[in-house]
Design a protein around this ligand. Sequence first.
Ligand code: SF4
Length: 320
Amino acid sequence: MITSVGDALDRLEAGLSLSREEALFLYESPSTEALLAGAAEVRRRFGRRGVSLCAIHSVRTARCSEDCLFCAQSSRSVAFLDPSSLSDEALVDRARAIEASGVRRFSLVASGRSPGGDLDRWLDLIARLGKATGLSLCASFGLIDVEEARRLKAAGLSRYHCNLETSESFFPSLCGSHSFREKVRTLRAARQGGLSLCSGGIIGLGESDADRLDLGLALAEIGPESVPVNLLHPLAGTPLAGRSRPEADAVLRLCALWRFLLPRSRLRLAGGRSALGDALAAALKGPVDGLLTGDYLTTTGSDVAKDRALLVSLGLEAAP
Ligand code: SF4
């Protein structure tokens, strides 16, 4: 059993992972500063220099069949979202502009349980974006099987995104139309199909500290290359509209814990990160080595130039 942040670092350096009990000990450590300093040291020892910037674009918005309580696109939401989408030509232009702004990873994101009848169109779009740009391409099209993953890979996709969202035990309180296990199966299918993985969760859904720890452990078992940390941004018209946004200290502690659980993954602050305010700098100097930049799916995001300027001011380089 570890008795200090230093012990946890030594375990990771010896190629071991932390048990649930040890991770809990870390999470309950009284000092956020010590936890952040430890997470920064994990990052240094595992050679995780630089910060990756990625951007997303919705290719199918709203009218989702699924009932995820936290999502403005779900069947449970009455929030107004514009369902119109860009033409393929306009999307290629947008991807080129994103690349010119210094972002190297770009994801197509769709509402819905699965790609359904839109998959062929999106495969063409991915091939087209691959020819027109040097961006690493990602996609988030809901639940997929191995065959679909192979087709996405063949079209030029490098990474598949599917958030676990929260712990397996809390997930049914938030979504009844699909399961945590179906998401895990999708991630395994994507891996089998030759794609790298992006999977994380949302903080502020009413989950406990134990749920946050269990989600981190579930992610560590899968080992996604990228782990987005979203902060609930409660929107009017969604069932979680009355909730408050997560507090910066809680988010910093979670990111530090997950850095210990996922030392080789890119930990990426994503939707809702404006709630962090000035704490964003502490996150980037500590556990976090990735940012979703530009607009998010259903909320206005950050400015790419501003994010790049922040990295420069912190002495951090952009990474793929
Ligand atoms: S999170 Fe995805 S599956 Fe769930 S309601 Fe939103 S778009 Fe649909």
